[in-house]
Design a protein around this ligand. Structure first.
Ligand code: GUN
Length: 284
């Protein structure tokens, strides 16, 4: 039976460590502060944003909750970002994705100052990650690497197969894995013979956004399986991209959903904000 990679437990430990860090920063007059922008009323986004604010509050990190109408223009949103870029009390800026159709997400991503880009989605930060000189690292991939490391799992020389090529998970995770000397394959919707490829994986990452996409037949016995999916099944239950019940007896390690990658993402966001606050004083 697979060992559970317990992101929930690890994120609580991380939160405790960060809480101590934040107290010590505050005693030096540094107050880490994160601005989170939510445009519109996407149900899933509201839940994610609420969880971010809750964790911030728990650890003593200040968070600004900016809710904007779904009808806001791109120009208005750009103006809001410019004012946060110029606000020296704000260390991190996050615009929750997806955005409404009238707004170009790439233009928004590029408008956030790279030094406040807690998501690490700005091309400057993605470029630095790609050349193995990272500044900000996207939170979900960073959380996956942190989780593996905490369980003593090295990816050096391992076959890593990432299913999904999104800018948020698949692409940055491929760079992080490569930086740790893994042999990386990124599979996606055009990939042929997907199951043959996933069965070669020592580390298999599912970031597709489809419930039960990875089944027992797709997994090599003993593999480390990372389930990034957050989907609702027909019964409204939260499920990942991996058919967990049938994969668990085969895999060596498995992240649960919920309680795996999700809490790590939020913990990494907090960690990045605290680091930005420290770095803002060191002018890194
Ligand atoms: N939507 C889904 N995941 C993310 C994330 O990590 N950051 C932002 N900004 N939006 C998201």
């Amino acid at each position: 039976m697979a060992v559970k990679l317990d992101g929930k437990k690890l994120s609580i430990k991380l939160a405790n460590d960060l809480q101590a860090d934040i107290s010590s920063l505050k005693s030096q007059g540094i107050v880490p502060k994160l601005a989170v922008i939510l445009v519109g009323d996407n149900q899933a986004s509201r839940v994610y944003v609420r969880n971010k604010h809750r964790m911030a509050e728990k650890i003593g990190l200040e968070s600004l909750d900016l809710r904007l109408s779904k009808d806001i223009s791109e120009a208005e949103l750009l103006e809001k970002i410019a004012s946060l870029n110029n606000d020296s009390t704000i260390n991190g800026i996050l615009v929750q994705l997806p955005l409404p159709d009238q707004i170009n997400a790439d233009r928004i991503t590029k408008a956030i100052s790279p030094k406040k880009d807690v998501d690490g989605f700005h091309p400057y930060n993605l470029g630095r990650l790609f050349v193995n000189d990272p500044y900000a690292i996207p939170c979900t991939p960073n959380g996956i690497m942190y989780l593996l490391k905490s369980y003593g799992i090295s990816v050096d020389g391992k076959n890593v197969v990432i299913v999904g090529r999104s800018k948020i998970v698949g692409r940055p995770l491929a760079a992080l894995m490569l930086n740790q000397s893994a042999t990386v394959t990124v599979a996606h919707s055009h990939t042929k013979n997907l199951s043959e490829i996933t069965r070669q994986a020592d580390v298999l990452v599912a970031a597709v956004g489809r419930a039960n996409f990875i089944q027992a037949k797709d997994v090599k016995p003993g593999a480390i399986v990372i389930d990034v999916g957050i989907n609702r099944n027909a019964a409204g239950k939260l499920v990942g991209d991996v058919a967990q019940t049938e994969v668990a007896p085969i895999a060596g390690y498995l992240t649960p959903v919920p309680g795996g990658v999700g809490p790590m993402t939020i913990a990494m966001l907090m960690k990045q904000t605290v680091e930005f606050a420290k770095w803002s004083k060191q002018k890194k």
